[in-house]
Design a protein around this ligand. Structure first.
Ligand SMILES: Cc1ncc(COP(=O)(O)O)c(C=O)c1O
Length: 382
């Protein structure tokens, strides 16, 4: 049996090698490296894939969040409600523009924003909500959008881990990135849909917002050397776009394989009292960017070591919630009771998840034989 990898980018490259090489060589020969036809083609295909009116390629997932926050007009001291159980970028970009992240807890069953806590976190300064579609499944968007609408808030889906995921909503089945005012995704190589460098995209249905986003990611220009916004260099290049177009052709098959592997794990772990896989929110179809599960308290390291000894790599997303990091510590005290440094925002499920969660290999090139071995070792964990 070949070595089990947590993410297998080399197997993926070998599978699509001819197509990818050809696409890259074509871009090299075309000398259209920035803002060329590959980017235009990719944007159109991303729109068609998820149903959103505008898909705008950009430099990475972090910048896509910054661009959405800027396009939404979020200003210093505005409050943005999000979760602390996420990759740093979500909160980092809120702070970078001087706004204040207000944390609410997650639902421990799925690690997504607990939408029931939203109302209690809203103040006159609240301007936006950033739900994070973690581990490949979309947050409870009907509930989140309803609260946002009632309070005139912008919703920015952090879809860095969920492009391709689906949810049945009051408007029928919809794709991640087509469920909010703005959505942001990442094409980091290890993501479900990854390029061979950095890349990302922002999504919106609104024509004016799309125009503004395109300006913001190109130094705030409206036209060449006409500056109308303070922006950034946040462009996606054509080599990355060309690679993504190849991978997008295979993406639905890859999602199907990930789902099959996830179902196998879930079935195999049904009678394993020591391990508790996360659950799907009702109506969700995940892309399983991670297959995450809980170990009993203080057993996670032992379990991971046992798995590693058997040649099975695992990951921990995330070992420490963001509000427990020094740089974000002040925000642990904001939210419900402002000005009080004595009452931290209660985030018990976030903190418990960080101490128990870990993730198993679920990439589309994992063989049945490899997964059988992983399941056999999991079933022996005590
Ligand atoms: C939830 C989340 N948000 C944002 C990002 C940032 O994406 P990028 O690494 O492309 O900047 C990531 C990437 O890991 C992520 O997982």
């Amino acid at each position: 049996m070949t070595q089990i990898k947590f993410v297998d980018l080399s197997a993926q490259y070998l599978a699509y090698k001819e197509e990818i090489n050809q696409q890259v060589l074509d871009v090299l020969a075309s000398i259209q490296y920035i803002g060329g036809p590959q980017l235009e083609g990719l944007e159109k295909e991303l729109q068609e894939f998820c149903g959103c009116q505008h898909a705008i390629g950009c430099s990475n997932g972090t910048d896509s969040l910054l661009l959405a926050l800027l396009a939404a007009g979020i200003k210093p001291q505005d409050e943005v409600i999000t979760t602390s159980f996420t990759f740093v970028s979500t909160v980092e970009m809120i702070c970078l523009i001087g706004a204040i992240p207000v944390f609410i807890d997650i639902d421990p069953e799925n690690c997504l924003m607990d939408s029931k806590l939203l109302e209690g976190a809203i103040t006159p300064k609240t301007k936006a909500i950033i739900p994070v579609s973690l581990f490949g499944q979309v947050s409870a968007m009907d509930e989140i959008n309803a609260v946002a609408q009632q309070h005139s808030l912008v919703v920015i889906e952090d879809a860095a881990q969920s492009f391709g995921a689906r949810q049945s909503t009051t408007k029928g089945e919809k794709y991640s990135c087509d469920l909010s005012t703005y959505a942001c995704t990442s094409f980091y190589p290890a993501k479900g849909l990854g390029c061979y460098g950095d890349g990302g995209a922002v999504f919106t249905d609104n024509d004016d917002d799309a125009k503004k986003l395109r300006s913001l990611l190109n130094h705030g220009q409206s036209d060449r050397y006409e500056y109308v916004n303070i922006g950034i260099n946040g462009r996606l290049d054509d080599i990355q776009a060309a690679i993504l177009r190849v991978k997008l052709r295979h993406y639905k098959d890859e999602i199907a394989r990930r789902c099959q592997l996830a179902d196998n794990y879930t079935r195999a772990l049904e009678n394993t009292p020591t391990l508790t896989p996360l659950k799907l929110l009702e109506g969700n179809k995940s892309v399983y960017s991670q297959y995450s599960l809980y170990a009993p308290l203080s057993k996670r390291d032992d379990y991971r070591n046992t798995l590693q000894e058997q040649g099975i790599p695992t990951g921990v997303y995330y070992p420490k919630p963001l509000h427990q990091h020094k740089v974000f510590a002040e925000f642990a005290y904001r939210g419900r009771d402002k000005n009080s440094k004595t009452q931290p925002v209660p985030l018990p499920h976030t903190e418990a998840a960080a101490s128990r969660i870990f993730s198993l290999p679920v990439h589309p090139f994992l063989s049945d034989e490899q997964q059988d071995k992983i399941i056999e070792v999991l079933n022996r964990l005590k």
